[in-house]
Design a binder for this molecule. Structure first.
Ligand code: AMP
Ligand code: GLY
Length: 419
């Protein structure tokens, strides 16, 4: 079969590498892919947000199945357009992708169906939002309604800072139309857990849990980034917590989306916080996480393509989703300066004897050479029988990957190992 993956980062590289193992796939395309993905799939220069472009490519090349990985095309309706063109897809349609596309929607959904989340109010004008902030005690969390590249969340340490964040989002339009509406919510505490789950709208099959490391610097200091590393499984996600999440969050969410006429099919990402009052939802994403996918898929023992087709056909109940008992660690190597400004265009080289997967996020080919071409450049992923070994092995292999200006956190997995 001919399969195309939409997207072009480290997550898509991990998806491509996992799909490549499937005996049912003859040709694998990635739109647009990147210089590193080009080693594993045929990369086609169609932007991931250019829906007519991907539909035209799929038709012209008789694509049998499409995997839409990033949030933007999902929220814009890529799955609807491809489905209409007769191409089966993995991913939610536009109606369901709103669970990530609008925080106002997802918060109201949770309130309506009693799914545990931080207490909140939503606002569409600055005055009411600021008046409400006056009634709170800091810290206060301010979130832009729409997609904002993971940057639309401000943890304000004072009420003044919270009001400033509201003015920036709603008045100065710092996040464009994404900030026309805001959510103001209670600050929660506790360890964070990411759970990606396959669902076809009937059943939900969670993948191995993981932990992201969002801040730029060691010790969770510095600016928020797209993610500087991940580990799986997450030690805070005990069997007891997992059962509570299934009963109180996962199943109720699937049922709520069905009740709203917005059946979700694809990978639903639960960003959870394990608070002293039990697990609560911090956010939903309508897609695989990045860089969570880079540690989750290497532990998947079942065939990813078989699962994706089952999700698309509503047959997930009878399909095996099995993970190994081992652990994985992903250390992201970024361009120094990320997430602000950074230089790119440096050659990436590897020493011999690399014992890890390298998923390329931001690189381009220049002849035979692979050059850095983004903030997050690549993820070095090792798997092992246990987390301590996986972390050690990842860092040993990071030493074997070279490019000028490389920066990475030295403490990925530290908190998990201390847990
Ligand atoms: P989000 O984009 O919604 O995942 O938020 C980004 C990060 O902000 C999360 O991973 C949390 O670390 C933090 N965060 C978001 N909401 C809250 C909250 N209500 N309380 C505490 N931290 C939060
Ligand atoms: N790693 C967080 C995300 O994918 O949104």
């Amino acid at each position: 079969m001919k399969v195309m993956v939409i997207g072009g980062g480290g997550r898509e590289h991990a998806i491509v590498k996992a799909l490549k193992k499937s005996p049912d796939i003859d040709t694998l395309y990635c739109l647009p892919g990147n210089g590193g993905i080009a080693a594993d799939a045929i990369c086609v220069a169609v932007d991931a947000k250019h829906i007519p472009g991907m539909v035209a490519f799929a038709k012209e090349n008789s694509i049998d199945f499409a995997v839409v990985a990033p949030d933007d095309p999902l929220v814009l309706g890529a799955v609807d357009a491809l489905t209409e063109a007769g191409i089966p897809c993995f991913g939610p349609d536009k109606k369901a992708a709103i669970i990530e596309g609008s925080k106002v929607f997802s918060k109201n959904l949770m309130k309506k169906y009693g799914i545990p989340t931080a207490a909140y109010e939503t606002f569409s004008d600055i005055e009411s939002a600021c008046r409400y902030i006056e009634t709170l005690t800091a810290p206060v969390v301010v979130k832009a309604d729409g997609l904002a590249l993971g940057k639309g969340v401000i943890i304000a340490e004072s009420l003044e800072e919270a009001k400033e964040a509201v003015r920036e989002m709603m008045g100065d339009k710092k996040f464009g139309d994404s900030g026309l509406n805001v959510v103001i919510e209670e600050f929660l505490t506790g360890p964070e857990v990411s759970v990606l789950a396959f669902t076809d709208g009937n059943v939900v099959k969670p993948m191995v849990s993981s932990m992201d490391h969002k801040r730029a610097h060691d010790g969770d200091e510095g600016l928020n980034t797209g993610g500087m590393g991940t580990i799986a499984p997450n030690p805070y996600y005990t069997a007891e917590v997992a059962q509570r999440c299934m009963d109180e969050i996962f199943l109720p969410t699937i049922a709520a989306m069905n009740a709203e006429g917005r059946t979700f099919k694809g990978c639903l990402y639960f960003g959870l916080m394990i608070t002293p009052n039990g697990p609560k939802v911090i956010e939903y994403n309508c897609r695989f996480g990045d860089p969570e996918t880079q540690v989750v898929l290497p532990l998947l023992e079942s065939d990813l393509f078989t699962i994706m087709r089952a999700v698309s056909e509503g047959k997930l109940a009878e399909t095996e989703v099995k993970f190994s008992a081992g652990a994985a660690c992903c250390v992201v190597m970024a361009s120094d300066g990320y997430p602000l400004s950074y230089k790119k265009g440096f050659e990436i080289t590897y020493d011999e004897g690399l014992e890890a997967e390298v998923y390329i996020a931001g690189a381009k080919l220049d002849g035979e050479k692979l050059l850095t071409n983004g903030g997050r450049v690549l993820g070095v992923v090792a798997t092992a029988d246990n987390l301590a070994e996986a972390v050690k092995k990842s860092y040993a292999n990071v030493e074997k990957v070279h490019f000028e200006n490389a920066y990475y956190r030295k403490d990925i997995g530290k908190r998990a190992l201390e847990a």
